[in-house]
Structures are given as C-alpha cells and as structure tokens.
Design a protein around this ligand. Structure first.
Ligand SMILES: Nc1ncnc2c1ncn2[C@@H]1O[C@H](COP(=O)(O)OP(=O)(O)OP(=O)(O)O)[C@@H](O)[C@H]1O
Length: 248
C-alpha cells in the first residue's frame, strides 16, 4: 500500500484522532434528572482514529467509506475547520474547500457582493477578484440575477454561484465533499469537467463522493475509511473493491 511518495508532500497527516462529545441531555430538567440518577451526561465518540497518510503534490485522492465512517471529518481537519485531538495535520499552499459551499454567503447581499465577500474570505485580493469576476458569473450561469439579493435565489442558483466562487480561487489543494451531488445534471457535468481540469493542472485533490464511477475516473489513489480507521490505501480501483468488500 503506497503511503509515501518521492514527490514533495502537499498534505501530511500524522497519527490523527478526532473525538466528538455526544450529549445525552437537552433541557436543564433532563440534566438534573440524569445528575440525580448518576447517569452519564455525555459520552465521547471516536470519529477518527490513528490516521496516517501523506499526499504528494499533484495527487488526486478519493476518500471512500460508508455513511459515518469519518470522511467529512477528515476533510474538515485538512481544511482547518476542525482541529485534531491527537496527532497533526500539515498542508502546503492554499487550501480551497468545496465543503460547506455557500456557508459564508449572506442572504441580504446581492450575488455580486457575495462573490466579492466570499472570494476575499477564500484569500483572493480585490484585483484578483476583479480579473476573475466575469468568469465566475459566467460559470455560475446566474446572468442577470447577479445584482439580486441571494435570498431570492433558488437553492440550485445559490449553490452554483457559491461553487463557482470556490472553484475560481487560486488554490493548491482542493477538497471536494459531495458537492457534485448538488445542482442539475448539466451543471454537475460542468463541475466535473472543471475539477478534471484542475487535476490535469496537477492540483492536489481530495474528493469525497459516493459516486464510485466518478471518483474512479477523477482520482488515481483511493483511501477507504471504516468506523474512523483507514482500512485501505492504494490504487483507486482496488480501493473501490475494498469498499465493496467491507461492511459498514
Ligand atoms: N460535530 C459533531 N458532533 C458529534 N458527532 C459528530 C460531529 N461531526 C461528525 N460526527 C460524527 O462523526 C461520525 C463521522 O461523521 P462524518 O460526517 O465524518 O462521516 P462521513 O463519512 O462523511 O459520512 P457520510 O457519508 O454520511 O457523509 C458520524 O458518526 C457523525 O455522527
């Protein structure tokens, strides 16, 4: 199983673990009853355990696993949205995450204002955004609605614009989490083509998807998670086979 590569590392994940606290009470009353009966008020859940891997610059990696196996948690650790409880995560260059697409969008601002706001949050300068603005709007197919407040957008329009901003930022590492499941079929095809273009430009990519055909065509390496542990790391076709053989 290839864990290391001779090329410069882009992402290094060393013995990473992530736990979440699960609360068993909601109200103050429940809390009091649980306390008087000496019931545990919370428990911990190990979402990721002992994850060790290196991704070389230009590699495209599919992150596979059944529901709840820890894929999104791992992407959030790489993007910096979450911090590990154990081990460390190192990345080189700009990380752009298509993770919670549109999370930074403000409903009362127009599409145009949101493009500027979000692109700035994603690390682009004013002049970079000016240069790319038309391309972003064209890709999103928002057209004349660009000056309308985004609260009036359909959910598909909203996601198309947010996706377009994210994908047009200057990036070295692209994290993609199931975003290809959104938007209509023609837009999904366009997104896949754009992601493929970035892979051809040798950007480092981490792609989470349950669409095994799509990830196999996009990625060369596959990692399989099962209940927070890495059970396979190798060529993507073998990873797909390993996933199909595994149980939830
Ligand atoms: N903030 C949180 N608090 C508590 N538990 C969490 C939190 N985030 C994730 N989890 C739990 O961690 C586990 C892994 O979740 P994660 O979203 O990483 O899975 P996934 O592999 O991306 O699943 P899916 O295929 O369903 O998207 C799940 O059991 C989930 O309930």
């Amino acid at each position: 199983m290839p864990k290391t590569s001779d090329a410069r590392p882009s992402i290094i994940i060393e013995d990473v673990g992530k736990r979440f606290t699960l609360r068993h009470t909601q109200s103050f009353k429940e809390l009091f009853i649980a306390w008087t009966r000496r019931k545990p008020l919370a428990s911990t859940f190990q979402a990721l355990d002992g994850i060790d891997l290196r991704v070389a610059e230009g590699e495209s990696v599919a992150l596979l696993g059944y529901n709840g196996s820890g894929k999104s948690t791992l992407l959030k650790l790489i993007s910096g949205v979450l911090r590990p409880d154990q081990g460390r995560v190192l990345t080189r260059g700009r990380v752009a995450g298509l993770i919670e697409v549109g999370a930074g969008f403000h409903p009362d601002l127009s599409g145009r204002e949101n493009v500027y706001l979000n692109a700035a949050i994603l690390g682009m300068s004013r002049s970079e955004i000016d240069r790319r603005f038309d391309e972003i709007v064209e890709f999103s197919e928002i057209g004349e609605f660009i000056d309308t407040e985004v609260k009036h957008y359909s959910s598909g329009m909203f996601v198309r614009l947010a996706f377009s901003v994210a994908i047009h930022t200057e990036l070295d590492i692209l994290l993609v989490d199931e975003v290809l499941a959104v938007g209509d079929a023609p837009f999904r095809e366009k997104c896949k083509a754009k992601i493929r273009e970035l892979a051809d430009e040798r950007k480092t990519m981490f792609v989470v998807s349950h669409d095994l055909g799509m990830v196999s065509s996009l990625c060369t390496r596959g990692i399989v998670l099962r209940r927070g542990k890495m059970i396979f790391d190798g060529p993507v076709e073998d990873a797909v086979a390993a996933l199909k053989e595994s149980t939830r």
